[in-house]
Design a protein. Structure first.
Length: 284
């Protein structure tokens, strides 16, 4: 079971589905998605075993089930709120699930996709493969050993704020994300909604996902918005997205001076680029 939240303007002509990356939760992206509130009918949701969703079967914590979840979210939304043109605006893990769903579905549930820095891993003979493999392995090790329990959300917020990326988040973003990814325990402590072993598993699942599509594989308009590949120490995902866009023929934008958590670091600029893409597709 996944919990949907409807925000924004229910009477708007276009619906946006928005979700998050591995280990996070969509409420923590509020500085980004609040830019869409006035002009769109927003459907926000957390991926399975994340955020406000109950724990799912650990054996089903994989991309196959997340793709099914996303299809169910789109179908349930249409059934409950009616049909209207819809775009998917997704980051990282949810972006990969949306890609797989759109490629595999008999009928694509989204009329356009705006994907933020999906961590797609090319074939092993590709020049970007070593960087992406090292990136996923590093994150998996970190997730497996990360702290799982906190006295207060403020403790996790302090950890976010101390990271190189977190130092760039706007005021209040670290605490909002901490509250979004933690759930209270009877003892009064707080624990990660997504268990750290499941978070770690998703990083490694991404290595063998085989997501390196071409534009002809995607039946709807798609824009890739990536981290900055031209910094002195670019994120591996920045290099991956630039290569995928070049080789696959995708519309592509990079947000200067950002890492993989670009929507948290530069929420206004990211929203502006997404709005520009939606306008070009006749959805704004």
């Amino acid at each position: 079971m996944l919990r949907l939240r409807r925000h924004g303007n229910p009477g708007a002509p276009v619906r946006l589905f928005i979700s998050h990356g591995n280990g996070f939760a969509i409420a923590g992206y509020a500085h980004f998605w609040r830019r869409f509130l006035a002009d769109f009918d927003l459907v926000l949701f957390d991926m399975r075993s994340h955020g406000q969703n109950p724990p799912a079967d650990p054996g089903h914590h994989d991309y196959a089930h997340m793709v099914e979840d996303m299809a169910a979210v789109a179908a349930a939304t249409r059934g409950e709120f009616g049909r209207k043109p819809a775009a998917g605006v997704f980051h990282s893990m949810s972006a990969q699930a949306a890609l797989r769903l759109t490629i595999e579905a008999v009928s694509a549930p989204f009329d356009a996709l705006v994907l933020f820095d999906p961590p797609n891993v090319p074939a092993p003979d590709h020049p970007v493969y070593p960087a992406m493999l090292g990136y996923e392995e590093k994150l998996a090790r970190w997730a497996a050993g990360r702290r799982a329990r906190f006295a207060t959300p403020e403790e996790l917020a302090a950890e976010y704020a101390a990271t190189r990326s977190g130092r760039r988040w706007p005021p209040g973003a670290a605490l909002a994300m901490a509250r979004a990814v933690l759930r209270p325990e009877p003892a009064g402590t707080w624990t990660l909604a997504c268990p750290r072993d499941l978070e770690a598993s998703m990083y490694m699942q991404g290595v063998g996902l085989g997501l390196w599509p071409r534009r002809s594989d995607i039946p709807v308009p798609l824009t890739l918005i990536g981290a900055d590949p031209d910094t002195s120490h670019p994120a591996a995902t920045a290099l991956s997205n630039r290569a995928l866009a070049t080789e696959g023929g995708f519309d592509y934008r990079a947000i200067a001076d950002t890492s993989h958590l670009l929507q948290l670091e530069e929420p206004v600029r990211c929203a502006d680029v997404a709005l520009d893409a939606l306008a070009r597709y006749g959805l704004h």
